[in-house]
Design a protein around this ligand. Sequence first.
Ligand code: ADP
Ligand code: TRP
Length: 324
Amino acid sequence: MAKPRILSGIQPSGALHLGNYFGMMKPSIELQQKGECFYFIADYHSMTSLFDAKQRRQNVLDVALDFLSLGIDPEKTVFFRQSDVPEVTELTWLLSTVTPMGLLERCHSYKDKTARGISPNHALFAYPVLMAADILIYDSNIVPVGQDQKQHLEVTRDIAIKFNQTYGETFVLPDPMIRSDVATVPGTDGQKMSKSYGNTIEIFGSQKPIRKKFMGIVTDSRGPDEPKPDAEKNLALQMYRLIASESEYQEAFEKLRDGKMGYGDLKKTLFQACWDHFEPARKKREELQANLDYVNEILKKGAEKARTIATSVVDRAKSNSGLK
Ligand code: ADP
Ligand code: TRP
């Protein structure tokens, strides 16, 4: 059987943190073994809530560098910038015409964003239709996303079904792959790690501020020689579990439990493990940063491949709906 086509979009939203890495980047990188991956940087989407051109350019470059340095293989994966395939906006229009208002009015993400004070422009409301076009335009089979995007996948399927019923078989129906097995990474204060909560630990950056963030992880005040039988609840140990081997984790847990280690030492160990884990990616990122022409070339080639498919799917939709 042919490998499934796996597609996902990544918002260009600033410096990556450990939550993004374990929750999204790492699983996306691993999926490269499972199918033909199409990953794009969702710069059109970023226009719904970011209005600073310079910042957008920087964010897009940062995501490209982050993804490539962490393990996207441009030989295997079609990696591109959304706006380099402008046909997606044309398809958005076609899909809009079969999208009932009620479908969009029910979307939680729109309601959540406006509740957080993001001004409700038309594009923010219509965002799920652009997302549907992102997916349908590549005949995607599988779409890996976080739980928060599940409803958008349902909307995508509803729109595709409606179009197919109206104009005959046109779109492949995609299946979501919800990353429910990926744990929510806690931030330094114990809430979900998120930019919105100011509790993040970044992956890339200089050593001193990152180390400071690790040392700032909230712990209780028990000293090194006090037994800590409930150490599993400790935030630093939970983070260590994501990065350490099972035996390293066990060793740290037993030392804490038996009063042979303090939380300060645990945080130092955790910092060092993370710093070492990302050492190769840091090196790669520096190399890429010094060779931006190469990065732009990867995105350009990715867009060319993506565009070939996008054009044929849009042609199919135009032909079936009587535009051609
Ligand atoms: P933030 O909450 O910092 O704004 P985003 O919403 O931009 O992060 O997250 C991008 C992706 O990273 C999401 O799809 C989500 O799956 C993943 N992610 C973000 N924070 C975490 C976390 N703390 N734990 C696990 N996954 C996360
Ligand atoms: N909306 C997604 C998010 O906020 C990003 C995204 C845009 C996407 N288009 C997509 C994800 C298509 C999967 C498929 O994370």
